[in-house]
Design a protein around this ligand. Sequence first.
Ligand code: ATP
Length: 430
Amino acid sequence: MASSFFTKIPSLSVIFSIYTSLSAFTILFRTILHEILPAKIRDFIVSKFTDCFSSYFSSSFTFVIEEHCDYVINQTFRAAQVYLPTLLAGISTGSLLVSSSDLKNPTAKPNFGIPVKAKITDEFEGIPLEWTLHSEKDTIPPQNRQRRYNPEFHEWESTIFQHHTTFETLAMEPELKNSLICDLDAFSKRKDFFKTVGRAWKRGYLLHGPPGTGKSSLVAAIANHMNYNIYDLQIQSVKDDAMLRQILTMTENRSILLIEDLDCSGADASCRNEDKVDEERGQNQNKEKKKKKKDPDQVTLAGLLNFVDGLWSSCVEERIIVFTTNHKDKLDPALLRPGRMDVHILMDYCTPTVFKKLAALYLDVEEHVLFEPIEKALLEVNATPAEVTEQLMVSMNPDVTLKVLVEFLQTKKLTKDNDSVDSEIKEAEA
Ligand SMILES: Nc1ncnc2c1ncn2[C@@H]1O[C@H](COP(=O)(O)OP(=O)(O)OP(=O)(O)O)[C@@H](O)[C@H]1O
Protein backbone atom coordinates (compact mmCIF):
# COMPACT_ATOMS: atom_id res chain seq x y z
CA MET A 1 0.00 0.00 0.00
CA ALA A 2 2.74 2.37 0.99
CA SER A 3 4.72 2.00 -2.21
CA SER A 4 1.79 2.68 -4.54
CA PHE A 5 0.77 5.65 -2.43
CA PHE A 6 4.21 7.24 -2.47
CA THR A 7 4.80 6.78 -6.22
CA LYS A 8 1.92 9.23 -6.78
CA ILE A 9 3.58 11.97 -4.75
CA PRO A 10 4.80 14.89 -6.87
CA SER A 11 8.13 16.39 -6.02
CA LEU A 12 8.16 19.62 -4.11
CA SER A 13 10.01 21.20 -7.03
CA VAL A 14 6.94 20.60 -9.22
CA ILE A 15 4.86 22.57 -6.77
CA PHE A 16 7.46 25.31 -6.85
CA SER A 17 7.65 25.56 -10.65
CA ILE A 18 5.38 28.57 -10.16
CA TYR A 19 8.25 30.14 -8.23
CA THR A 20 10.54 29.72 -11.27
CA SER A 21 8.03 31.56 -13.45
CA LEU A 22 7.88 34.40 -10.95
CA SER A 23 11.69 34.62 -10.90
CA ALA A 24 11.84 34.78 -14.72
CA PHE A 25 9.28 37.58 -14.67
CA THR A 26 11.33 39.49 -12.07
CA ILE A 27 14.53 39.24 -14.18
CA LEU A 28 12.69 40.48 -17.28
CA PHE A 29 11.15 43.33 -15.31
CA ARG A 30 14.54 44.37 -13.94
CA THR A 31 16.08 44.37 -17.44
CA ILE A 32 13.29 46.62 -18.72
CA LEU A 33 13.78 48.96 -15.77
CA HIS A 34 17.52 49.27 -16.27
CA GLU A 35 17.89 49.36 -20.04
CA ILE A 36 14.80 51.14 -21.32
CA LEU A 37 13.55 53.59 -18.69
CA PRO A 38 15.33 56.89 -17.85
CA ALA A 39 16.93 56.87 -14.36
CA LYS A 40 14.45 59.35 -12.78
CA ILE A 41 11.36 57.42 -13.86
CA ARG A 42 13.09 54.20 -12.79
CA ASP A 43 13.78 55.53 -9.29
CA PHE A 44 10.18 56.73 -8.99
CA ILE A 45 8.75 53.28 -9.93
CA VAL A 46 11.16 51.46 -7.63
CA SER A 47 10.23 53.72 -4.70
CA LYS A 48 6.51 53.14 -5.31
CA PHE A 49 7.04 49.36 -5.57
CA THR A 50 9.08 49.33 -2.38
CA ASP A 51 6.34 51.25 -0.56
CA CYS A 52 3.69 48.80 -1.69
CA PHE A 53 5.46 45.49 -1.19
CA SER A 54 8.04 46.07 1.50
CA SER A 55 5.84 44.42 4.09
CA TYR A 56 5.48 41.27 1.94
CA PHE A 57 9.16 40.82 1.15
CA SER A 58 10.49 41.66 4.59
CA SER A 59 11.05 38.24 6.14
CA SER A 60 8.35 35.94 4.74
CA PHE A 61 6.18 35.52 1.68
CA THR A 62 2.87 33.74 1.13
CA PHE A 63 1.96 31.67 -1.94
CA VAL A 64 -1.79 31.15 -2.23
CA ILE A 65 -2.73 27.93 -4.05
CA GLU A 66 -6.45 28.00 -4.78
CA GLU A 67 -8.39 24.80 -5.41
CA HIS A 68 -9.76 26.09 -8.69
CA CYS A 69 -8.13 28.13 -11.38
CA ASP A 70 -10.37 29.52 -14.17
CA TYR A 71 -13.15 27.10 -13.15
CA VAL A 72 -10.97 23.98 -13.49
CA ILE A 73 -9.17 22.07 -10.76
CA ASN A 74 -5.81 23.65 -9.98
CA GLN A 75 -3.29 20.80 -10.42
CA THR A 76 -0.84 22.52 -8.05
CA PHE A 77 -3.51 22.25 -5.34
CA ARG A 78 -4.01 18.56 -6.14
CA ALA A 79 -0.24 18.00 -6.00
CA ALA A 80 -0.07 19.71 -2.60
CA GLN A 81 -3.02 17.59 -1.42
CA VAL A 82 -1.09 14.42 -2.21
CA TYR A 83 2.24 15.72 -0.92
CA LEU A 84 1.21 17.18 2.43
CA PRO A 85 -0.10 14.04 4.18
CA THR A 86 3.47 12.67 3.85
CA LEU A 87 4.71 15.37 6.27
CA LEU A 88 3.13 13.66 9.25
CA ALA A 89 5.80 14.82 11.67
CA GLY A 90 5.27 18.50 10.87
CA ILE A 91 1.51 18.70 11.42
CA SER A 92 0.74 21.03 14.34
CA THR A 93 -2.50 19.29 15.34
CA GLY A 94 -0.90 15.84 15.15
CA SER A 95 -3.94 14.58 13.25
CA LEU A 96 -4.76 13.53 9.69
CA LEU A 97 -8.14 13.22 7.96
CA VAL A 98 -8.76 9.63 6.90
CA SER A 99 -11.56 8.72 4.49
CA SER A 100 -12.65 6.13 1.98
CA SER A 101 -15.22 6.44 -0.79
CA ASP A 102 -15.23 2.83 -1.93
CA LEU A 103 -18.72 1.71 -0.99
CA LYS A 104 -18.17 -1.91 -1.93
CA ASN A 105 -14.89 -2.50 -0.16
CA PRO A 106 -14.67 -1.39 3.48
CA THR A 107 -11.06 -2.60 3.62
CA ALA A 108 -10.01 -0.43 0.67
CA LYS A 109 -6.95 1.78 0.98
CA PRO A 110 -7.95 5.00 2.79
CA ASN A 111 -7.34 8.51 1.47
CA PHE A 112 -5.49 10.96 3.68
CA GLY A 113 -6.21 14.66 4.03
CA ILE A 114 -5.08 17.66 6.04
CA PRO A 115 -7.47 19.16 8.61
CA VAL A 116 -8.50 22.77 7.97
CA LYS A 117 -6.31 25.39 9.71
CA ALA A 118 -3.67 22.81 10.73
CA LYS A 119 -0.14 24.20 10.29
CA ILE A 120 2.52 22.00 8.71
CA THR A 121 6.20 22.83 8.90
CA ASP A 122 8.41 21.95 5.93
CA GLU A 123 11.72 22.88 4.35
CA PHE A 124 12.86 23.41 0.76
CA GLU A 125 16.56 23.81 -0.06
CA GLY A 126 17.24 25.25 3.37
CA ILE A 127 14.24 27.64 3.31
CA PRO A 128 11.79 27.04 6.18
CA LEU A 129 8.18 26.74 5.01
CA GLU A 130 4.80 26.56 6.65
CA TRP A 131 1.69 25.15 4.97
CA THR A 132 -1.87 25.94 6.12
CA LEU A 133 -5.15 24.77 4.59
CA HIS A 134 -7.88 27.41 4.63
CA SER A 135 -11.51 26.63 3.94
CA GLU A 136 -13.32 28.92 1.49
CA LYS A 137 -15.97 29.47 4.16
CA ASP A 138 -13.32 31.33 6.21
CA THR A 139 -11.88 33.38 3.37
CA ILE A 140 -14.49 33.96 0.65
CA PRO A 141 -17.70 35.93 1.17
CA PRO A 142 -20.79 33.87 0.29
CA GLN A 143 -21.45 33.79 -3.46
CA ASN A 144 -23.70 31.79 -5.73
CA ARG A 145 -21.87 28.63 -6.64
CA GLN A 146 -22.42 25.83 -9.09
CA ARG A 147 -21.23 22.41 -8.05
CA ARG A 148 -20.70 19.49 -10.38
CA TYR A 149 -20.21 15.99 -9.06
CA ASN A 150 -16.80 14.52 -9.91
CA PRO A 151 -16.98 10.71 -9.67
CA GLU A 152 -13.19 10.40 -9.85
CA PHE A 153 -12.63 12.24 -6.57
CA HIS A 154 -16.11 11.47 -5.20
CA GLU A 155 -16.84 15.11 -4.41
CA TRP A 156 -18.85 18.10 -5.54
CA GLU A 157 -16.48 20.43 -7.35
CA SER A 158 -17.34 24.02 -6.82
CA THR A 159 -17.13 27.01 -9.15
CA ILE A 160 -18.46 30.53 -8.71
CA PHE A 161 -21.81 30.58 -10.49
CA GLN A 162 -21.62 33.09 -13.31
CA HIS A 163 -24.60 32.35 -15.49
CA HIS A 164 -25.97 35.75 -16.36
CA THR A 165 -29.48 34.62 -17.27
CA THR A 166 -32.11 36.18 -15.04
CA PHE A 167 -35.87 36.30 -15.40
CA GLU A 168 -35.28 39.71 -17.05
CA THR A 169 -33.19 38.24 -19.86
CA LEU A 170 -35.15 35.01 -20.25
CA ALA A 171 -37.77 35.13 -22.99
CA MET A 172 -40.91 33.23 -21.97
CA GLU A 173 -44.62 33.75 -22.27
CA PRO A 174 -45.25 36.48 -19.64
CA GLU A 175 -48.06 34.62 -17.82
CA LEU A 176 -45.90 31.50 -17.47
CA LYS A 177 -42.94 33.52 -16.24
CA ASN A 178 -45.01 35.48 -13.72
CA SER A 179 -46.71 32.39 -12.33
CA LEU A 180 -43.34 30.68 -11.92
CA ILE A 181 -41.87 33.68 -10.09
CA CYS A 182 -44.93 33.77 -7.79
CA ASP A 183 -44.56 30.04 -7.17
CA LEU A 184 -40.88 30.43 -6.23
CA ASP A 185 -41.53 33.41 -3.96
CA ALA A 186 -44.38 31.61 -2.22
CA PHE A 187 -42.18 28.55 -1.73
CA SER A 188 -39.37 30.53 -0.09
CA LYS A 189 -41.80 32.14 2.38
CA ARG A 190 -43.69 29.02 3.41
CA LYS A 191 -41.35 27.31 5.83
CA ASP A 192 -44.01 27.25 8.56
CA PHE A 193 -46.67 26.01 6.15
CA PHE A 194 -44.56 23.03 5.11
CA LYS A 195 -43.89 22.27 8.78
CA THR A 196 -47.55 22.55 9.74
CA VAL A 197 -48.72 20.17 7.03
CA GLY A 198 -45.84 17.79 7.74
CA ARG A 199 -44.22 18.03 4.34
CA ALA A 200 -40.57 18.43 3.43
CA TRP A 201 -39.73 22.03 2.50
CA LYS A 202 -38.91 21.30 -1.11
CA ARG A 203 -40.34 21.89 -4.56
CA GLY A 204 -39.89 19.86 -7.72
CA TYR A 205 -39.89 21.31 -11.24
CA LEU A 206 -39.89 19.26 -14.43
CA LEU A 207 -38.71 21.36 -17.37
CA HIS A 208 -39.45 19.77 -20.71
CA GLY A 209 -39.26 20.82 -24.32
CA PRO A 210 -37.03 20.60 -27.40
CA PRO A 211 -33.29 21.37 -27.20
CA GLY A 212 -32.48 25.08 -27.30
CA THR A 213 -35.71 26.35 -25.78
CA GLY A 214 -34.08 27.65 -22.61
CA LYS A 215 -34.39 24.88 -20.00
CA SER A 216 -30.83 25.32 -18.69
CA SER A 217 -31.20 29.10 -18.90
CA LEU A 218 -34.35 28.85 -16.80
CA VAL A 219 -32.49 26.91 -14.09
CA ALA A 220 -29.89 29.69 -14.02
CA ALA A 221 -32.64 32.30 -13.76
CA ILE A 222 -34.20 30.39 -10.84
CA ALA A 223 -30.81 30.12 -9.07
CA ASN A 224 -30.17 33.84 -9.51
CA HIS A 225 -33.68 34.74 -8.36
CA MET A 226 -33.51 32.57 -5.24
CA ASN A 227 -29.79 33.13 -4.62
CA TYR A 228 -29.31 29.36 -4.34
CA ASN A 229 -26.37 27.15 -5.21
CA ILE A 230 -26.83 24.65 -8.02
CA TYR A 231 -25.77 21.01 -7.63
CA ASP A 232 -25.49 19.73 -11.17
CA LEU A 233 -25.64 15.93 -11.09
CA GLN A 234 -24.83 13.90 -14.19
CA ILE A 235 -26.89 10.90 -13.20
CA GLN A 236 -25.00 8.73 -15.69
CA SER A 237 -21.86 9.16 -13.58
CA VAL A 238 -23.52 7.66 -10.50
CA LYS A 239 -22.73 3.98 -10.13
CA ASP A 240 -25.68 2.82 -8.06
CA ASP A 241 -28.36 3.81 -5.54
CA ALA A 242 -25.97 3.58 -2.59
CA MET A 243 -23.62 6.05 -4.22
CA LEU A 244 -26.56 8.31 -5.11
CA ARG A 245 -27.58 8.34 -1.45
CA GLN A 246 -24.07 9.29 -0.40
CA ILE A 247 -23.73 12.02 -3.02
CA LEU A 248 -27.03 13.63 -2.10
CA THR A 249 -26.23 13.69 1.59
CA MET A 250 -23.20 15.81 0.70
CA THR A 251 -25.41 18.66 -0.56
CA GLU A 252 -26.45 21.75 1.39
CA ASN A 253 -29.77 23.46 2.08
CA ARG A 254 -30.95 26.46 0.04
CA SER A 255 -29.87 24.81 -3.17
CA ILE A 256 -31.08 23.42 -6.46
CA LEU A 257 -30.43 19.80 -7.32
CA LEU A 258 -30.33 19.72 -11.11
CA ILE A 259 -30.57 16.51 -13.07
CA GLU A 260 -30.48 17.28 -16.78
CA ASP A 261 -31.55 15.12 -19.70
CA LEU A 262 -33.32 12.61 -17.51
CA ASP A 263 -34.57 10.70 -20.56
CA CYS A 264 -30.95 9.86 -21.44
CA SER A 265 -30.08 8.62 -17.95
CA GLY A 266 -30.07 5.05 -16.79
CA ALA A 267 -33.24 5.85 -14.88
CA ASP A 268 -35.46 6.46 -17.90
CA ALA A 269 -38.55 4.57 -18.95
CA SER A 270 -37.00 3.08 -22.05
CA CYS A 271 -34.57 1.15 -19.83
CA ARG A 272 -37.02 -0.35 -17.41
CA ASN A 273 -40.42 -1.73 -16.68
CA GLU A 274 -42.85 1.13 -16.14
CA ASP A 275 -44.30 -0.44 -13.05
CA LYS A 276 -41.04 -1.29 -11.40
CA VAL A 277 -40.99 1.71 -9.09
CA ASP A 278 -44.41 0.94 -7.69
CA GLU A 279 -43.44 -2.70 -7.46
CA GLU A 280 -40.34 -1.89 -5.43
CA ARG A 281 -42.42 0.28 -3.11
CA GLY A 282 -44.73 -2.64 -2.43
CA GLN A 283 -47.72 -0.89 -3.99
CA ASN A 284 -48.07 -3.27 -6.87
CA GLN A 285 -49.14 -6.70 -5.66
CA ASN A 286 -49.30 -8.27 -9.10
CA LYS A 287 -46.41 -10.72 -8.83
CA GLU A 288 -47.31 -12.23 -12.21
CA LYS A 289 -45.98 -9.17 -14.00
CA LYS A 290 -42.94 -9.83 -16.09
CA LYS A 291 -39.83 -8.34 -14.50
CA LYS A 292 -37.06 -6.88 -16.57
CA LYS A 293 -33.50 -7.78 -15.64
CA LYS A 294 -32.02 -5.14 -13.35
CA ASP A 295 -28.43 -4.06 -13.61
CA PRO A 296 -27.28 -3.94 -9.97
CA ASP A 297 -24.58 -1.42 -10.88
CA GLN A 298 -26.95 1.23 -12.12
CA VAL A 299 -28.86 3.97 -10.41
CA THR A 300 -32.58 3.22 -10.56
CA LEU A 301 -35.54 5.52 -10.85
CA ALA A 302 -36.76 4.04 -7.56
CA GLY A 303 -33.50 5.11 -5.92
CA LEU A 304 -33.86 8.57 -7.34
CA LEU A 305 -37.48 8.95 -6.30
CA ASN A 306 -36.77 7.67 -2.82
CA PHE A 307 -34.70 10.77 -2.42
CA VAL A 308 -37.05 13.14 -4.17
CA ASP A 309 -39.87 12.37 -1.77
CA GLY A 310 -38.40 9.94 0.71
CA LEU A 311 -36.06 9.92 3.66
CA TRP A 312 -33.51 12.36 2.31
CA SER A 313 -36.18 15.00 1.79
CA SER A 314 -37.26 14.87 5.40
CA CYS A 315 -33.83 15.96 6.63
CA VAL A 316 -33.25 18.84 4.21
CA GLU A 317 -34.73 22.32 4.01
CA GLU A 318 -35.44 24.80 1.24
CA ARG A 319 -34.55 22.55 -1.65
CA ILE A 320 -35.53 22.82 -5.27
CA ILE A 321 -35.20 19.77 -7.45
CA VAL A 322 -35.18 20.30 -11.20
CA PHE A 323 -35.33 17.57 -13.80
CA THR A 324 -34.98 18.51 -17.45
CA THR A 325 -35.83 16.41 -20.46
CA ASN A 326 -36.20 16.84 -24.19
CA HIS A 327 -38.63 13.90 -24.31
CA LYS A 328 -41.26 13.99 -21.60
CA ASP A 329 -43.05 11.14 -23.40
CA LYS A 330 -40.06 8.87 -22.74
CA LEU A 331 -40.06 9.38 -18.97
CA ASP A 332 -41.24 6.75 -16.57
CA PRO A 333 -44.92 7.38 -15.69
CA ALA A 334 -43.95 7.01 -12.01
CA LEU A 335 -42.11 10.30 -12.33
CA LEU A 336 -45.06 12.03 -13.97
CA ARG A 337 -47.63 10.88 -11.44
CA PRO A 338 -49.54 13.75 -9.76
CA GLY A 339 -47.74 14.96 -6.65
CA ARG A 340 -44.34 13.73 -7.75
CA MET A 341 -42.93 16.80 -9.51
CA ASP A 342 -44.93 19.81 -8.28
CA VAL A 343 -44.72 21.91 -11.44
CA HIS A 344 -44.31 20.83 -15.08
CA ILE A 345 -43.07 23.61 -17.37
CA LEU A 346 -43.04 23.31 -21.13
CA MET A 347 -40.26 25.36 -22.71
CA ASP A 348 -41.46 25.53 -26.27
CA TYR A 349 -40.51 26.78 -29.72
CA CYS A 350 -40.30 30.53 -30.23
CA THR A 351 -43.66 32.30 -30.32
CA PRO A 352 -44.25 35.85 -31.63
CA THR A 353 -44.31 37.13 -28.01
CA VAL A 354 -41.03 35.41 -27.16
CA PHE A 355 -39.48 36.75 -30.39
CA LYS A 356 -40.49 40.33 -29.50
CA LYS A 357 -38.84 39.97 -26.11
CA LEU A 358 -35.65 38.63 -27.73
CA ALA A 359 -35.63 41.46 -30.32
CA ALA A 360 -35.97 44.01 -27.52
CA LEU A 361 -33.13 42.37 -25.62
CA TYR A 362 -30.72 41.78 -28.49
CA LEU A 363 -31.48 44.72 -30.79
CA ASP A 364 -33.22 47.18 -28.52
CA VAL A 365 -36.17 47.46 -30.93
CA GLU A 366 -39.84 47.36 -29.94
CA GLU A 367 -41.31 47.63 -33.44
CA HIS A 368 -40.03 47.11 -36.98
CA VAL A 369 -41.54 46.62 -40.41
CA LEU A 370 -40.02 43.10 -40.55
CA PHE A 371 -41.73 42.00 -37.32
CA GLU A 372 -44.91 41.06 -39.18
CA PRO A 373 -43.35 38.54 -41.63
CA ILE A 374 -41.21 37.10 -38.79
CA GLU A 375 -44.17 36.62 -36.47
CA LYS A 376 -46.18 35.04 -39.30
CA ALA A 377 -43.31 32.66 -40.13
CA LEU A 378 -42.92 31.68 -36.45
CA LEU A 379 -46.52 30.46 -36.47
CA GLU A 380 -45.74 28.25 -39.47
CA VAL A 381 -42.33 26.77 -38.62
CA ASN A 382 -40.71 25.52 -35.44
CA ALA A 383 -37.70 27.66 -34.53
CA THR A 384 -36.15 27.46 -31.07
CA PRO A 385 -35.23 30.60 -29.10
CA ALA A 386 -31.59 29.40 -29.39
CA GLU A 387 -31.86 29.45 -33.22
CA VAL A 388 -33.52 32.87 -33.16
CA THR A 389 -30.92 34.39 -30.80
CA GLU A 390 -28.15 33.02 -33.03
CA GLN A 391 -29.58 35.00 -35.96
CA LEU A 392 -30.16 38.08 -33.79
CA MET A 393 -26.46 38.20 -33.00
CA VAL A 394 -25.41 38.56 -36.64
CA SER A 395 -25.23 42.36 -36.40
CA MET A 396 -26.22 45.24 -34.12
CA ASN A 397 -28.12 46.81 -37.00
CA PRO A 398 -31.82 45.77 -36.74
CA ASP A 399 -32.42 46.21 -40.51
CA VAL A 400 -29.61 43.79 -41.36
CA THR A 401 -30.28 41.31 -38.54
CA LEU A 402 -34.04 41.04 -38.96
CA LYS A 403 -33.58 40.49 -42.71
CA VAL A 404 -31.20 37.62 -41.94
CA LEU A 405 -33.82 36.18 -39.56
CA VAL A 406 -36.56 36.46 -42.22
CA GLU A 407 -34.34 34.56 -44.69
CA PHE A 408 -33.50 31.93 -42.05
CA LEU A 409 -37.19 31.30 -41.34
CA GLN A 410 -38.04 31.23 -45.06
CA THR A 411 -35.37 28.57 -45.65
CA LYS A 412 -36.76 26.56 -42.73
CA LYS A 413 -40.27 26.80 -44.17
CA LEU A 414 -39.03 25.74 -47.63
CA THR A 415 -37.27 22.69 -46.15
CA LYS A 416 -40.40 21.80 -44.18
CA ASP A 417 -42.62 22.10 -47.31
CA ASN A 418 -40.21 20.00 -49.37
CA ASP A 419 -40.09 17.33 -46.65
CA SER A 420 -43.89 17.07 -46.54
CA VAL A 421 -44.11 16.85 -50.37
CA ASP A 422 -41.51 14.07 -50.28
CA SER A 423 -43.42 12.12 -47.66
CA GLU A 424 -46.69 12.56 -49.60
CA ILE A 425 -44.99 11.16 -52.73
CA LYS A 426 -43.61 8.22 -50.71
CA GLU A 427 -47.06 7.51 -49.26
CA ALA A 428 -48.63 7.65 -52.74
CA GLU A 429 -45.96 5.28 -54.14
CA ALA A 430 -46.49 2.87 -51.28
N1 ATP B 1 -36.13 31.34 -23.66
C1 ATP B 1 -34.92 31.87 -23.93
N2 ATP B 1 -34.67 33.15 -23.65
C2 ATP B 1 -33.47 33.69 -23.90
N3 ATP B 1 -32.45 33.02 -24.47
C3 ATP B 1 -32.65 31.73 -24.77
C4 ATP B 1 -33.89 31.09 -24.51
N4 ATP B 1 -33.80 29.81 -24.92
C5 ATP B 1 -32.57 29.63 -25.39
N5 ATP B 1 -31.87 30.77 -25.32
C6 ATP B 1 -30.49 30.96 -25.78
O1 ATP B 1 -30.05 29.70 -26.33
C7 ATP B 1 -28.97 29.16 -25.57
C8 ATP B 1 -29.19 27.67 -25.34
O2 ATP B 1 -30.33 27.52 -24.52
P1 ATP B 1 -30.43 26.45 -23.32
O3 ATP B 1 -29.13 25.71 -23.20
O4 ATP B 1 -30.92 27.16 -22.13
O5 ATP B 1 -31.52 25.49 -23.91
P2 ATP B 1 -31.94 24.05 -23.40
O6 ATP B 1 -33.41 23.94 -23.62
O7 ATP B 1 -31.43 23.82 -22.03
O8 ATP B 1 -31.18 23.12 -24.42
P3 ATP B 1 -30.74 21.57 -24.20
O9 ATP B 1 -31.99 20.78 -24.02
O10 ATP B 1 -30.01 21.26 -25.47
O11 ATP B 1 -29.85 21.56 -22.99
C9 ATP B 1 -28.94 29.95 -24.28
O12 ATP B 1 -27.62 30.12 -23.80
C10 ATP B 1 -29.54 31.28 -24.65
O13 ATP B 1 -28.54 32.14 -25.19
